[in-house]
Design a binder for this molecule. Structure first.
Ligand code: RET
Length: 250
């Protein structure tokens, strides 16, 4: 049996353990914040705040388990990681939809974004979970490329496609436009951290090319999750509490 002490003792020189603990607490605190603040924003933003809180709350629960898994086994909690993402990334697509809805977005936009993100995650999971022992570069590259197609679709939609067009339409407001542009930056910069982590697994380009160990997979994923999940929610919160977004007709 594993003693509790063994589980909670963090080695001083283990930055991954460090980010699992801070990630867990940050997600939990962000959830409390979004759920409480939900009561203070105008009615039309309440659903957005609820979704922000759900994203960080779902992540907090998974971090609780991932942290223990990592502390006990020292390995990447790949299955838990992807279960978390399969729930939270589609919810981030819902956030995009809820914001652009103010400017007239249709439900089909939401389903297209969700479809692309599911492709991105399923391919990424096959790439990581079914990587042969010792690591295969061809396996990791093939599934990484398929996953990237889904990612590029979301990125394109946010910057040039439907999301961007709705943000720039006259039904939008300056705050909503700026908010959507900020979220697009998150998808461009914040989401791009994940493929860097992916390429650290055995057989991955950064693993074979630069010798970055597979332990770095979780370091990149943990940092990216904190930036994206909490950051996304804060952008939505900023829009919801700005005065011009509240005077808009919607
Ligand atoms: C809260 C979790 C988020 C926002 C997760 C996002 C994950 C990605 C953008 C993952 C992307 C990947 C690629 C683009 C290629 C390699 C495989 C992935 C799944 C790491």
């Amino acid at each position: 049996m594993i003693s509790l002490l063994e589980v909670i003792a963090i080695p001083k020189d283990d930055p991954i353990a460090f980010t699992f603990f801070t990630g867990y607490m940050a997600m939990a605190a962000a959830s409390v914040f979004f759920f409480f603040e939900r009561g203070r924003v105008a009615d039309k933003w309440k659903l957005s705040l609820l979704v922000s809180g759900l994203i960080t709350a779902i992540a907090a629960v998974h971090y609780y388990y991932m942290r223990d898994y990592y502390m006990v086994t020292g390995e990447n909690p790949t299955a838990l990681r992807y279960i978390d993402w399969t729930l939270t990334v589609p919810l981030m697509c819902v956030e995009f939809y809820l914001l652009t809805k103010v400017a007239g977005a249709k439900k089909s936009l939401m389903w297209k974004l969700i479809g692309a993100s599911v492709l991105m995650l399923v391919a990424g999971y096959i790439g990581e979970a079914f990587n042969p022992p010792g690591g295969s570069t061809s396996h990791s590259v093939m599934w990484g490329v398929i996953s990237t197609i889904g990612y590029i679709y979301v990125l394109y939609t946010a910057w040039f496609g439907e999301v961007a067009q709705l943000a720039n339409s006259d039904k939008s407001t300056p705050t909503v436009r700026r908010g959507i542009r900020t979220l697009a930056w998150f998808v461009l910069v914040g989401w791009a951290i994940y493929p860097i982590g992916y390429m650290c697994m055995p057989g991955g380009w950064l693993n074979t090319g630069l010798g970055w160990s597979s332990a770095n997979v979780d370091l990149f994923y943990n940092i990216a999750d904190a930036i994206n999940k909490i950051g996304f929610g804060l952008v939505v919160y900023a829009i919801a509490t700005s005065s011009d977004a509240n005077s808009a007709t919607a």
